[in-house]
Ligand binder design. Sequence first.
Ligand SMILES: Cc1cc2nc3c(=O)[nH]c(=O)nc-3n(C[C@H](O)[C@H](O)[C@H](O)COP(=O)(O)OP(=O)(O)OC[C@H]3O[C@@H](n4cnc5c(N)ncnc54)[C@H](O)[C@@H]3O)c2cc1C
Length: 288
Amino acid sequence: MKNIISYSSLPKFNLITPSSLKEALELLDQYKNEAQLLAGGTDLLIELRHRLIQPKVVINLKMIPELQTIRITEQELKIGAVTPIIEVLTIPIIKEEYLALYQSLADLADEILRYRATIGGNIGTSSPAADSAASLYVLDAQINISSLAKGQRTVPINQFFTGVKRNLLSSDEIITSISIPRPKKGSRSSFKKMKRSSEDLALVGVACFHNEKKTCLSYTAMAPTPLLIDITDNIVREKKELDEAKFRDIWDIITPILRPIDDIRASKKYRMHMAEMITRTILKEVLE
Ligand SMILES: Cc1cc2nc3c(=O)[nH]c(=O)nc-3n(C[C@H](O)[C@H](O)[C@H](O)COP(=O)(O)OP(=O)(O)OC[C@H]3O[C@@H](n4cnc5c(N)ncnc54)[C@H](O)[C@@H]3O)c2cc1C
């Protein structure tokens, strides 16, 4: 394993604070791989301090109003990528219609960190344990991305993560917002995770979504990227109650898809055990 040295100071870089998205995209287009984007900095500053990255330029996105707007229409909820998590939590519709997202953000780190950290940064880091990812997967979120050269594109979240801390952004692209369709009446969702302390990443995270047409689960920290598993055929079409035999049928489908690792936080065996317990609880809750 690579030895990580934590320095007390940051490496030298040029900090630039654009005031519009256009300006930020021009800067990124100019510096490309020599630049890093800064939102809340809760992940980025650690990487800088450990010298895991040494950019020439850091582009601070925090002063760009258009990246911090929240829009609700009949079709969707659109959250600006640089909106602090604490602000996302204050929108009533999040708790009413997107409970899994509310629960995942309300349990992300602690309150002080939630004032700084952003939802775009959580996706941007692309950790397999990113708390917002499981709920965004089951809620069918789309990631809106911009670059100077290619303009705008939209990618379903389940195509965005490509590996551990890897995603499909190219070096000139910025996540501008996250769009989530308004769930049909009667839809229910939930998120639960297991962690060692409020300052720790999830050992296992599970989100579930259910309505009369669809049932799916998403897992974080159980593979190099978050996973989405559709169990509509087992739940909606069969219309059977979730007794233990039914749960075992579903768990038999899920088990081979999960690929947890042994690491400093937990063993594979423990993660699998916790994933099974949480899956049973969350399914009962969402289907009741
Ligand atoms: C003590 C502690 C506890 C934590 N606990 C949790 C936890 O419980 N759950 C959890 O999921 N995470 C946790 N984290 C990780 C971190 O807080 C989150 O991932 C947070 O959401 C990152 O957001 P940020 O705005 O601070 O991102 P930054 O650190 O500013 O950026 C993170 C990465 O995303 C990129 N980026 C940022 N914004 C954009 C954008 N708009 N477009 C493209 N790329 C972008 C940056 O270049 C960088 O690579 C914790 C971190 C710490 C230090």
